[in-house]
Design a protein around this ligand. Sequence first.
Ligand code: HEM
Ligand SMILES: *[C@@H]1O[C@H](CO)[C@@H](O)[C@H](O)[C@H]1NC(C)=O
Ligand SMILES: *[C@@H]1O[C@H](CO)[C@@H](O)[C@H](O)[C@H]1NC(C)=O
Length: 304
Amino acid sequence: MKIAGLISLVMIFVTAAFAQPLYPDYYDKAVVEEAVQQEKNTGASLLRLHFHNCFVNGCDASLVLDSTPHFVNEKFATPNDNSARGFEIIDRIKSEVDQACGGTVVSCTDILAVAARDFVVALGGPSWEVLLERRDATYANITAANVDIPAPSLDLTGLIASFQNQGLDVNDLVAFSGGHTLGFAQCRFFRDRIYNDTNIDTEFQRQLQTICPLDRGDANLHSLDPTPAFLDTEHFRNILAKRALLHSDQALLGSPETDGVVAAYRLSGDAFAKDFAISIMKMGNIKPLTGDQGQIRYNCRRVN
Ligand code: HEM
Ligand SMILES: *[C@@H]1O[C@H](CO)[C@@H](O)[C@H](O)[C@H]1NC(C)=O
Ligand SMILES: *[C@@H]1O[C@H](CO)[C@@H](O)[C@H](O)[C@H]1NC(C)=O
């Protein structure tokens, strides 16, 4: 397999994604701006897809399958429904890669892993080696997606258990929460935090309550940290200042198991970047399908 070719191809795609909006036909300025913002946010969305892919039965691209009479797709699971984004981008990268390779030799799950890495690099984050040749699943399991993808309502004990279930430890959890230095969350995922939590900065709380009222605005967005297009350490500064947007992120402060790591990442972007890369490589190796298990899909949305 031409691995170097695949990687540079995805890299070219990533660069192009930053240069041109996906929807050039719209005339409405607001719509264009939204599209541009979504486009800039593609890296965040794809990193999250890689995570939601790997946490459910291993990195097997079950997440990107559409429903069939035999199973309901994982896209409808609570953590994904109207929330996980970037599926069209994966379709586009897949067809470009297949074209460049003169056939279907790269799995959808490898494409998810490489795309997440290349976008993270483009957003100022570290690089890491993506081991290729994982294969794609032939079924999806929405129940497993609901159980295995951690919810933002979890406290530290629940988060640790969820990561342990995947063979990841508490240090992986803290490093990985740094995924939230990118991207946005919808009001419905942080409403409980800004109305019920006490470990929250009051000025931050007031400001967010105007964006996310009690009785409406479920889909209103706020960035997960002040710099949603940069993989930096602002997320950890936020946690220390009780300004994390998600309950589950703030839950990383207040325990001897995590406090030191949060403080260390706040002080050293290098330490964070190094650990983030190690944890994401570990995640990429969760229960891969290899050899003659699974298949290499022609179309990421359908079993061959
Ligand atoms: C530790 C448990 C985690 C919980 C409870 C959690 C929960 C969430 C929630 C609720 C959102 C907002 C989704 C929306 O409003 O539509 C979100 C967004 C996001 N998450 Fe996580 N997450 C976790 C771990 C991770 C990890 C490990 C990564 C990647 C390494 C990650 C990457 C992201 C990114 C990049 C976004 C922004 C997506 C976008 O803007 O499209 N998360 N997460
Ligand atoms: C789907 O996942 C659930 C929860 O993990 C599990 O109990 C069930 O056996 C899985 N179904 C299949 C067909 O693997
Ligand atoms: C706050 O907590 C109470 C009690 O658990 C719950 O009924 C209520 O829905 C929560 N409020 C928000 C905004 O989530």
